[in-house]
Design a protein around this ligand. Structure first.
Ligand code: ADP
Ligand code: ZN
Length: 522
């Protein structure tokens, strides 16, 4: 084993030109060299590829990379070829001759790595072919695509569990940047990774500066931001609709910027062309919907701007994570308005998803809003959301750099938390607010809630203000939301607050009037 690790270090230096592993790359590599399975959760830009590229070289046989990103395969193969790695790819966009040549190379043991889309690998013909080849490992990239709860769900990923039985002895490594525990559990179950070692790398991206502001003629705000801070840089601007993408790209072009649109409504050729230009030109600005993103590896993206609110904290983190992959300072800049929230809610309600999924989506949107409304460090909130509650304020986000107007929400928070507690932690936010406001209904009478000590104790705030309080409590990890029914539940964190050992400042809700008596400027 020692010899193998030494050999891995040598490959790291000689082939990839890196001095050292980034944690947990070394441990992941070791796991695979031992023939064990691994699940790797690492933020975008963390260095996931090396976790399977290096073992593919160090182990005998070909490393098989399963990826949904057909558009990027050729780029990945070219990048590897430049390092002297023998790589090929198999997908439906390639000419027959090239496919046949690559297949022959695979069977003859002439490839270090091969990239393939899951649906292709799962065809009986391909499986037979791969069984004739000597394989080093299977890497299942973007493994969260197996999750039915996520927005990247791909049904064909569900069948990848078959690899375990079909290729015994070939270690499997699944990789994703999606952090939440539910997705992790789904990956383990669906891909039958029960014996896998799990590696979770911290989610902090210290070089990214987070800023979230209120919309006020958003385009002008964007223009000012780019002109003043990133006039000669590479950046991405995210918008919610295709039309807004087109309009914004044209508008920036008219003002002399090298800006291109990217969305799913463009022809595949044009998308490919714009992607290629984005990867090769500088300065350049890609104005895009979320269709642009997964797997984009351009290290020197200096800013990611959101002209509209993303629909979840996960999406916000993934999208902003495309900035500053080279570790140099980068900006995550966003403006949002009430209109965005309305638009997203309408999209959500109008979607085909069933009620349970919709409930999950609603809660995710609430958490995103909570992040916008937060008064303390955004990074802290972001990391707490991803299960890292112990970070100090970062000093590199808007709320750290320019304190926001706040009010003392300690009393309101205590009332909110006790209403959740007395209600048995089984109700969603709307009903809990009914209790706080003392709004009588058949439900509240039948359930006997009108006798609770918390009944009607929150009349000093209106419904919107309470919603804002709850959003902020969720965003800061005092309350969690049970994903199936949206029931609010107390988190460990709220103890100190309930015991009176901690106070809480909340961002002043701009729409609020009734709370103005309580408002203090901070
Ligand atoms: P991910 O797939 O996790 O988003 P990548 O694998 O694309 O991230 O790696 C992100 C960047 O980090 C790439 O530019 C890569 O070359 C670089 N990188 C990865 N591992 C190392 C390392 N051990 N030392 C230095 N740079 C590294
Ligand atoms: Zn901060």
């Amino acid at each position: 084993m020692r010899g193998m690790i030494e050999r891995a270090k040598q490959i790291l230096a000689e082939v990839f030109g890196f001095e050292s592993f980034r944690p947990p790359q070394d441990a992941v590599v070791e796991t695979l060299l031992n023939g064990q399975d691994a699940l790797v959760i690492m933020p975008t830009g963390g260095g996931k590829s090396l976790c399977y590229q290096l073992p593919s070289l160090a182990r005998e046989g070909t490393g098989v990379v399963i990826s949904p990103l057909i558009a990027l395969m050729q780029d990945q193969v070219s990048a590897l070829s430049q390092l002297g790695i023998r790589a090929g790819c198999l997908n439906s966009s390639l000419p027959l001759e090239q496919l046949q040549a690559t297949e022959a190379q695979l069977v003859n043991g002439e490839l270090d790595m091969i990239y393939i889309a899951p649906e292709r690998l799962l065809q009986p013909r391909s499986l037979a072919l791969f069984q004739r080849a000597k394989l080093a490992l299977f890497a299942i990239d973007e493994a969260h695509c197996v999750s039915q709860w996520g927005h990247d769900f791909r049904p064909e990923y569900m069948q990848l569990n078959r690899l375990r039985g079909l290729f015994p002895g070939v270690p499997r490594i699944a990789l994703t940047a999606t952090a939440d525990a539910r997705t992790r559990q789904e990956i383990i179950e669906r891909l039958e990774l029960t014996d896998a070692r799990i590696f979770i790398q911290g989610f902090d991206r210290p070089n990214i500066r987070y800023r979230i502001g209120q919309k006020d003629r958003a385009r002008e705000q964007l223009l000012r931001f780019i002109k003043e801070e990133h006039a000669q840089d590479v950046g991405i601007v995210y918008c919610l609709s295709r039309k807004r993408v087109e309009d914004t790209a044209a508008w920036l072009s008219e003002r002399g910027f090298n800006a291109l649109p990217y969305h799913a409504g463009l022809s595949p050729e044009l998308r490919q062309h714009h992607l290629h230009r984005f990867l090769t030109e500088e300065p350049i600005i890609m104005v895009a919907t979320i269709a642009f993103g997964m797997g984009i590896d351009k290290p020197n993206v200096r800013f990611v701007a959101h002209l509209d609110l993303p629909k979840s904290v996960e999406a916000y983190y993934q999208e902003t994570g495309r900035a500053g992959r080279d570790g140099q300072p980068a900006d995550a800049w966003m403006v949002y308005g009430l209109q965005d929230v309305i638009f997203l809610r309408q999209m959500l309600e109008g979607s085909q998803a069933d009620e349970i999924h919709k409930q999950v989506e609603r809660q995710k949107l609430e958490a995103m809003l909570g992040l916008c409304e937060i008064t303390n460090c955004r990074r802290q909130a972001l990391l707490a959301y991803f299960g890292e509650p112990d970070h100090p304020p970062c000093g590199n986000c808007d709320t750290c750099l320019e304190p926001v107007p706040v009010w003392d929400g300690t009393e309101a928070a205590r009332k909110a938390l006790s209403a959740v507690y007395r209600g048995g932690q089984i109700y969603g936010v709307n009903y809990i607010i009914d209790i706080l406001l003392g709004e009588s209904s058949d439900k509240s009478r039948q359930r006997g809630h009108e006798q609770l000590t918390t009944w009607g104790i929150g009349k000093e705030l209106d419904r919107n203000q309470w919603r804002s309080v709850f959003r902020q409590l969720v965003a800061r990890g005092y309350l969690t939301v049970e994903p199936c029914h949206g029931a609010l539940q107390l988190a460990e964190r709220c103890r100190a607050l309930l015991r009176g050992e901690e106070s809480l400042e909340l961002r002043r809700d701009l729409r609020s009037k009734a709370a103005s008596s309580k408002v203090a400027s901070g």
